[in-house]
Design a protein around this ligand. Structure first.
Ligand code: C2O
Length: 341
């Protein structure tokens, strides 16, 4: 059977380490509405963060500042949005019907769909705050040479996009290490770029020929959490989190730990590109790559608060195509397609 959306009334403390627990539960709601795909006139285009225009940046900063200015207990506030990740990822929820099993949206086939919906609602909230239904969040284009450093727009200390809890040795123009394992490898920028492009080819093409290799292992009602992650979750998703996180902090805050990752605005751009990889994977030239058809996957569900503070229950089957959700990614070069190791 599919994993059911958590019961918010049973949300408890989240675990960061054995000795460090935090409370990151969302408000509860009497009413839960089933998701219906949005109607829209025009697709929203998510731009590459290193290529945005000045006009776009003004809009994005305004929207994010408004989100940060909402009261903390508003489920649309930036603080609440960050806590969504903490609650779903650090064991604050049990699986419905299985009080002995934590719910965990990483390390399994729930990884891509969960984060796609999470970003979708985050984007809708931002768009509503500036009254622009066509507003779309940027993505961190770490799979192309010019996009590999932390995008400059996130590195301005006076901007709402900034977060001080990042590794100061990894600020722009240093290209991200997509295979980062905790230690800097001392590569030149050019060596790093070539290594990254090869990893991208490996993870997107060679290592992801089937739905379970790409998405992760099956995770069904009653199963223990974390059956196994997919290629992109493994690399470069997780290494980039660790590469950005601040080693001066106890737990790699912000990006380097699940409970705090959503506090860095860069998180949502990072996951924009992770989500873009799902869309690209299904369109790789000359390769037939398809999602699972297993109803235990398609009917798995999550709950999120939307732009009107309504609690929405979403099923995986509703998020398989970005266009159903009203958005697409700015078309940019895909240099790693030519980087077969
Ligand atoms: Cu939910 Cu990038 O982790």
């Amino acid at each position: 059977a599919p994993i059911e959306a958590p019961d918010l009334t049973l949300c408890g403390e989240a675990t960061v380490t054995d000795t460090y627990h935090v409370y990151c539960c969302p408000p509860t709601s009497e009413k839960i509405i089933d998701f219906t795909p949005p109607s829209f006139k025009k697709l929203r285009f998510r731009p590459a963060a290193h290529l945005v225009t000045d006009d776009y940046l003004v809009k994005f900063k305004t929207a994010l500042q408004k989100m940060k200015d909402l009261p903390d207990d508003d489920p649309r506030s930036f603080k609440s949005q960050a806590e969504v990740h903490c609650a779903y990822c650090n064991g604050a929820y049990d699986q419905v019907g299985f009080p002995d099993q934590n719910l965990q949206v990483h390390f399994s086939w729930l990884f891509q769909p969960f984060h796609r919906f999470y970003l979708y609602f985050y984007e809708r909230i931002l768009g509503t705050l500036i009254d622009d239904p066509e507003f779309a969040i940027p993505f961190w284009n770490w799979d192309t040479p010019d996009g590999m450093p932390i995008p400059a727009i996130y590195n301005d200390p006076s901007s709402p996009l900034y977060d001080s809890k990042r590794n100061v040795a990894h600020l722009p123009p240093v290209p991200a290490d997509l295979d980062f394992n905790g230690t800097d490898r001392g590569l030149t920028a050019e060596e790093q770029i070539q290594s990254n492009l090869k990893s991208m080819y490996r993870q997107m093409v060679s290592n992801s020929k089937t739905a379970s290799l790409f998405h992760g292992e099956a995770y069904r009602a009653g199963d223990a959490p974390s059956p196994g992650m997919g290629s992109i979750e493994n690399i470069p998703h997780t290494p980039i989190h660790r590469w950005v996180g601040d080693p001066r902090e106890d737990n790699g805050e912000d990006m380097g730990n699940f409970y705090s990752a959503g506090r860095d605005p860069l998180f949502y751009a990072h996951h924009g590109n992770v989500d873009r990889m799902w869309a690209l994977w299904k369109q790789l030239p000359g390769k037939k790559r398809t999602d699972f058809t297993d109803t235990d996957w398609l009917d798995s569900s999550f709950v999120f608060y939307d732009e009107n503070k309504n609690l929405i229950r979403c099923k995986v089957r509703d998020c398989l195509e970005t266009k159903t959700l009203g958005y697409a990614y700015q078309p940019v070069d895909i240099p790693w397609l030519k980087s077969k190791p």
